[in-house]
Design a protein around this ligand. Sequence first.
Ligand SMILES: [Zn+2]
Length: 331
Amino acid sequence: MASQFVIGVDLGGTKLAGGLVDQDLRVHHRVQRPVDGRDALTLLDTVQHAVQELINEAPGEVSAVGFGIPSLFDRRTGTSVVAINLPLDNLPFEALMTERLDLPVAVDNDGNVAALAEHRAGAGVGVDDMLLLTIGTGIGGGLILGGNIYRGWIGSGAELGHMVIDLHGPPCQGNCPNNGCLETMASGTALGREARQLAAERPDSALGRALSAGREVDGRLVTELAYDGDPAALAVIKLIAHRLGVALASYVNIFNPELIVLGGGVMAAGEMLLEPVRALIAARALPPSRDNVRVLPAYFGPEAGMIGAAALAFDALDDRTPDGEAREEAQ
Ligand SMILES: [Zn+2]
């Protein structure tokens, strides 16, 4: 049997969240650190010190460390190839952290580990075919197919946010050279952009008045005003839901998932967003897949990455022990 504790680290663009996690994926101790994205060495130091603090807090032996990083990853070499907000480009992250920590290290994309967290301990427990979208500043994706994370050939697949839904749409965000990706059409960033535009067009709406009053019109404010019943704010949520629904209908046709889990900041809109998304899947996807798919909010909030990274670390330990294969079969 694998040991009792691992450490899960969610390395985000602005902060690191780490946890000391047991085999039932319960978090015993947490650390948070602001992340200085200026250079790789400072970043690696920050990560190392945070992990060391968690090791010091552990009542027993820590056996491995798992990382979820906002990066496209080449699993053949353990190299972070392209990262959006952190100086991780072409960095052999896995080897560097193994050397610094002197522990087994497992690394994966942040979307993949969030999907793993939902699959093992969240909304997707007992579901072998599911997909997850984390809808925040961007849109992260993760796929669980046949009970395992699906990563593609070298590990950089499952970028569900970069499916094009508008051929002539706006340029995508970050390093994506495409136009009209779901990420640039339906993320929290898109929600804010559409809201500011509609606010300017409808100055008499609550949304319009907020803009005139100099308030920051972002996803949070739109959601707040939509809950208050402002028709303009509701229209923006509906527009984003419509775009999400179009994308999800395609995923339903392609993957025939049992479950779709939606997380991230935009999900603060709850049923206002989920209900039109479900209706669109019902209207646009193919039978019988559309009639057999559930769409649920994520169980985990900001700790999804940390908990998924810990699950990844336990999996890596299992792969190293002779009975690892047997445990995988038993699940
Ligand atoms: Zn894109």
